[in-house]
Design a protein around this ligand. Sequence first.
Ligand code: TYD
Length: 167
Amino acid sequence: MNKKTLILIKPDGLVKSLTGNILTRLSETKLEIIAAKIVNVSEELAREHYKHLQDKPFFNELISYLQGGLHDRQKVMAMVYWGDIAIQKVRELAGATNPEEAEPTSIRGAYGRITSKGVYENVVHASSDEKEAEREIKLWFKPNEIIYDVYPTETKTLDQVSKRVWV
Ligand code: TYD
């Protein structure tokens, strides 16, 4: 079911103080926000997220961009939005991948740019289809970080797991 989508506000969006603006634009979709967090993106997570682009000449630069290496701001805001036709609604609002080709009123059209090295700094990520949405939501979030049961889960008892807890 096309009901949920992953959205990332990338480091350039955070550096440019666009979070509030982007959340306001997203509220126009009437979708519901069902998970949100700030993530310090590991290289492993960045590479897994963009693994379909690993053969592209801009891949290493893209990984550095998602990790905040181009902006001295090592964080990303990750969110899951829920509602009818969520994927298309958010993709439309985000605009085309290339900020120069994106509608000027879309988020990427309004705030994106192309770096001198040719990477599209396009402010947000939005899942492209249902399969990707599932892969990405499961990559970025644990089941208990999302307020709805968006995918089936199971309960496992894990031994020998170390966890950081409050003292
Ligand atoms: P892609 O998954 O093709 O697009 P989208 O983000 O719209 O789903 O590309 C992932 C990111 O890679 C894209 O947001 C910006 C970057 N990118 C470039 O820098 N140059 C390119 O030519 C392409 C295709 C993508």
